[in-house]
Design a protein around this ligand. Structure first.
Ligand code: SAH
Ligand code: SF4
Length: 403
């Protein structure tokens, strides 16, 4: 069935024209899809009954990905198995209160407050907030605040599986099945927002493109999903981060985008020799070239490039590696997110020792590089970084809440 969700305003305009409808009808469909996040054509109550019926008889549906399984962690994280129209599934993760990795020593709190101010102004301008009487928001508290959370982060997938073959990552074991469409990528967000009754403009939602897949190997659909999420759903691009394993041509295109998320690069090693072992894709694109491309990003206020660094016990977590990382990133407006490797079945690495993690972080900070340790989220339900995998057989902890 053809899907409405994922269509741009101009595509909807064409569609409505083909139905002999006025252009403002397209706007109504667009608002229903992205602002109201309706789940069916029937729910598009701004359209006439006749038009809704016509859409349905011609086979049109909204077609948001369906949450078919849910696992909830003790830390509040929820992991969803999302089914697309063709039956393929990916995973999406909901992390109330943020992903923690950003906070580290708490220094980002002030930045967040400032960003919140800007968001609020933008939200009013864009008309996301209910206005009453004097035009002030009806309530400054959203659904998250009512539940006691300050914010939430949604981690979304960009492909079914992944072709990149990083040696420490569970998703790599799947291989690549197919790319997701822009509608399927943004649709994961809409489905999760609906599940939690999130009110954009009041609730603070961050997005990370860090689920299954390599976004820069599905570049056009990924970037189209960003535009749908910004212009349609209403999440500011400054609250989005995309992580890449280092697809150089992708980074080079990304540098030229007007509307784009923040960039995170999975560095994961301090030199090409080690990186090639843990990320064979390094044979194709070396660290120096990747850093050079990152340096060309026109950074906005309050923006820096994040370098993710998965610490693998004995492999890349020693003092000489920390010194090399400092040398690599010297002079860059950057920060480092250390990720303690999350184990998975059939993957032959060991976790770093806690004292090695602490020493690594201290050496980087002492060397002048802001460095955070990303708090593992939802490890008990295999929702943590690099643990997303479609099969359920190896996951006895899975709690099915939707059945
Ligand atoms: N494909 C993109 C985004 C998804 S992976 C990328 O690789 O950047 C998101 C992050 O999780 C990456 O930084 C990756 O290095 C990290 N990661 C992968 N497997 C992991 C594991 N088992 N433990 C901890 N982090 C992992
Ligand atoms: Fe793919 Fe990222 Fe996993 Fe590498 S770490 S295999 S790029 S998902």
């Amino acid at each position: 069935m053809p899907a409405l969700f994922g269509k741009t305003l101009s595509e909807l305009t064409e569609l409505m024209q083909s139905f002999g409808q006025k252009p403002y009808r397209a706007r109504q469909v667009w608002e229903a899809l992205y602002r109201q996040r309706v789940v069916s054509v029937e729910d598009m109550t701004t359209l006439s009954q006749a038009l809704r019926e016509r859409l349905m008889t011609e086979g049109w549906s909204v077609e948001l990905p369906e949450i078919v399984q849910t696992a909830r962690s003790v830390d509040g994280t929820e992991r969803y198995l999302m089914r697309m129209a063709d039956g393929e599934t990916v995973e999406t993760v909901w992390m109330p209160d943020g992903d923690g990795g950003e906070r580290g020593d708490g220094s980002e709190a002030a930045e967040e407050e400032a960003a919140e101010q800007v968001d609020a102004e933008e939200a009013v301008k864009a008309g996301y907030w209910d206005r009453r009487g004097n035009g002030r928001p009806k309530s400054s508290f959203g659904t998250l605040a009512e539940k006691g959370y300050r914010r939430a982060t949604i981690c979304i997938s960009s492909q079914v599986g992944c072709a990149v073959n990083c040696q420490f990552c569970l998703t790599a074991k799947l291989g690549i099945k197919r790319n997701l469409t822009a509608g399927e990528i943004a649709g994961q967000v809409a489905a999760v927002l609906n599940r939690h009754a999130i009110q954009i403009g009041k609730d603070r939602i961050n997005l990370v493109f860090m689920g299954m897949g390599e976004p820069f190997l599905n570049y056009d659909e990924f970037m189209q999903s960003v535009r749908l999420l910004v212009e349609g759903i209403g999440i500011p691009e400054s609250r989005m981060t995309v992580s890449t394993s280092g697809i150089l041509p992708g980074i080079e295109r990304f540098v030229t985008e007007d509307v784009r998320p923040k960039l995170a690069l999975s560095l994961n090693a301090s030199n090409d020799v080690v990186r090639e072992r843990v990320m064979p894709i390094t044979r194709k694109w070396k660290i120096a070239g990747l850093l050079e491309a990152c340096n060309r990003i026109p950074l906005r206020t309050r923006e820096w490039v994040t370098f993710e660094y998965v610490l693998l016990g004995g492999v890349n977590d020693q003092p000489e590696h920390a010194r090399e990382v400092l040398d690599l990133l010297k002079g860059m407006r950057a920060k480092v997110n250390l990720i303690v490797w999350n184990p998975g079945p059939g993957i032959d690495y060991v976790q770093p020792k806690p004292e090695d993690v602490a020493r690594f972080q201290k050496m980087l900070i002492d060397g002048g590089m802001p460095t955070y340790i990303r708090r593992p989220r939802g490890r008990d339900i295999y929702a943590a970084c690099g643990q997303l995998k479609r099969t359920v057989s190896e996951e006895p902890q899975l709690v099915n809440l939707t059945a």
